[in-house]
Design a protein around this ligand. Structure first.
Ligand code: NAG
Ligand code: NAG
Ligand code: NAG
Length: 208
């Protein structure tokens, strides 16, 4: 009897493990189209990046996304893209993508990148144009263009149609978590927390 219970517990454990390590749910059809959509070549085409070609480089860090929200044909396909444009000196502050790993391809300039794993080990790299870097799923990571005068441009692929974004500064300091709780958590004063809250820019700009 105990043996069967052990087996049952193992099976349950393994299936839970499977659930937590899974990517986007598998779909039972070739693709998913919203009700009433005309499904033709255009449905599977995203033209939202055309506006970036030959455009003036942005003056603040800018992300242009092609995820399921902007490009509905990605629903159920477990992939998406974002184009990241960094003016000189621009940072993409520490953040996570809870539902997808990120494979960044640096197409222009140089970029400092890094992530922290679940043992709190920091991994950093200076990327040259043409390099790729993988940010494992769900881990806190950041990017910085250390060149003060030149831009950097990267194209990131995600292993999810809707990888999600949790910005650490926004989640911690811009969601009305009580300043007293944050002061205790950071072993500092409420004044320091309020100074941090006051100094933060609104949510980072996102296009499309
Ligand atoms: C939309 O899809 C739902 C669920 O598949 C279906 O019940 C409904 O009739 C559809 N509506 C239209 C307008 O096609
Ligand atoms: C910074 O960018 C400028 C303009 O693209 C470039 O000329 C310069 O070589 C870059 N500096 C470094 C250190 O990469
Ligand atoms: C909090 O900071 C004080 C110094 O300001 C230090 O003595 C103390 O060890 C810190 N407590 C923790 C839990 O880090």
């Amino acid at each position: 009897m105990a043996k069967y219970e052990l087996v049952a517990a193992l099976v349950l454990g393994l299936s839970l493990l499977g659930l937590t390590s899974a990517g986007d749910p598998d779909i039972l059809t070739d693709f998913v189209a919203p009700n009433g959509t005309v499904v033709d070549g255009s449905f599977f085409t995203f033209t939202g990046m055309r506006s970036l070609i030959n455009a003036e480089p942005p003056t603040t860090f800018t992300v242009t996304k092609a995820s399921a929200k902007e490009f509905p044909a990605l629903e159920g396909q477990s992939v998406s893209y974002a184009v990241l444009e960094f003016p000189g000196g621009a940072v993409n502050p520490p953040h996570t993508h809870p539902r997808g790993s990120e494979l960044l391809f640096l197409t222009y300039g140089t970029l400092e990148v890094g992530f922290v794993d679940t043992t709190n080990t920091l991994f950093t790299q200076t990327l040259q144009t043409g390099d790729m870097f993988i940010f494992p799923k769900g881990l806190v990571h950041f990017q910085l263009n250390t060149n003060q005068t030149g831009n950097a441009v990267a194209v990131s692929a995600f292993g999810s149609a809707s990888a999600g974004l949790v910005s650490v500064p926004v989640a911690v300091f811009e969601t009305n978590i009580d300043s007293g709780i944050l002061a205790k958590s950071f072993n500092t004063t409420v004044d320091t927390i309020q100074a941090l809250k006051a100094g933060l820019a609104p949510t980072p700009p996102t296009k499309a």
